[in-house]
Design a protein. Sequence first.
Length: 426
Amino acid sequence: MHKTSKISGFYKLSPEKRLKIVRELAGLSKEEAELLRKTGALELKQANRMIENVIGTTELPLGIATNFLINNRDYLIPMAIEEPSVVAAASNAAKMARPGGGFRTESTPPIMVGQIQLVDVKNPVEAREKILKAKKRILAKANEQDPILVKLGGGAKDIEVRVLTTHLGPMIIIHLLIDVRDAMGANVVNTMCEAVAPLIEELTGGRVFLRIVSNLAAYRLARAKAVFTKEALGGEEVVEGILQAYAFAAADSYRCATHNKGVMNGVIAVALATANDTRALEAGAHAYAAKSGAYKPLTHWERTVEGDLSGWIELPVAVGTIGGATAVHPVAKVCRKILGVQSACELGEVMAAVGLAQNLAAMRALVSEGIQRGHLKLHARNIAVTAGATGELIDIVARRMIEEGKVSYDGAIAILKELEKKGSRS
Ligand code: NAD
């Protein structure tokens, strides 16, 4: 078959037929195709309703982080992630937070921002006044779109109007501030923005282009704080090292990106386990980290008068316990039950606590044993598998590489060859 990616009507086919085409085009073996077809808890039928052009499902390891004491309540934290050490690090940091009373969290109301872009306005200042004066009408029009949300105490609550200078001239940007309750909110927000757009045009004589949620959920914040005693951390030197690491991140974007990546290791793993929109969280977190104009750490660390380490985090958390895929994905539903969260705000606070724990664990590892030692065992096993080890050989090869102080693909192949030779001789 001639290889092309232009496949007419692909979207109309069943997942089985699509897979057959992909199998032929990509030269997949029967076994490889079978791997894609084989589904876990998320059935093909369900997956096919979630996104387009489905041919299968994929899986990630799901682990449980232990030891989390948040607002005096114990939580088991489901985390879906492919990276070794993250779940262990979170559990370890949560254990170290317990002598200091665990994590304290809080959050703002779940307010999302919807943006409406208005152009071709003759007098932007006058138009801004007109929009502000019509606030009640605009909010009423928005709220007509979602009576359920309004009944639950949510809905459009306020507006902001900014005049933006762009290289194409001035634009008026209207923000609809919408309380989305337990939803992530993107659909709700988009629907409301679209509904009020004609009214905005009518009021101003301008033209509306974009009407969409902003992923910089700067009004929807979760905060967590914890004190880690110097004894729990391993001594004053570790506290000093962590403060030095934090100062480095606060002063340098290269380091800060990795610092915040560590935070997001935790946040995104919980988001994936609960089928939340990970891209929205990442975009929001990094944009928030740069809100001062410079890219800064999402966490903050200082020494207490007792010489312990106090940390806190603040980040936007556009997450839902209802809506989107959260109520569709069967594993996500079970994960929510394991977490026992009652609202989206509570879920966001848990994510903030996990992010703080993850950041602490990463910095502690970096300033004490170095990150690789903790990573090494699982990493060595992954390398052994990549090099072709199976069954018992995985652990044998991984152990040998660690003992020999060289964890690498070449090293694993060499050990495997040596073992093979020995095996064929005996
Ligand atoms: P949704 O529209 O599926 O569900 C929200 C609806 O559920 C509300 O409108 C409300 O009517 C109802 N509801 C019932 N009980 C509720 C409660 N307790 N709290 C709140 N609402 C309740 O979901 P959504 O959260 O509006 O949209 C999320 C999806 O949108 C995600 O899948 C996301 O990936 C996607 N999305 C994201 C973007 C973006 O981030 N830029 C853009 C478009 C779509």
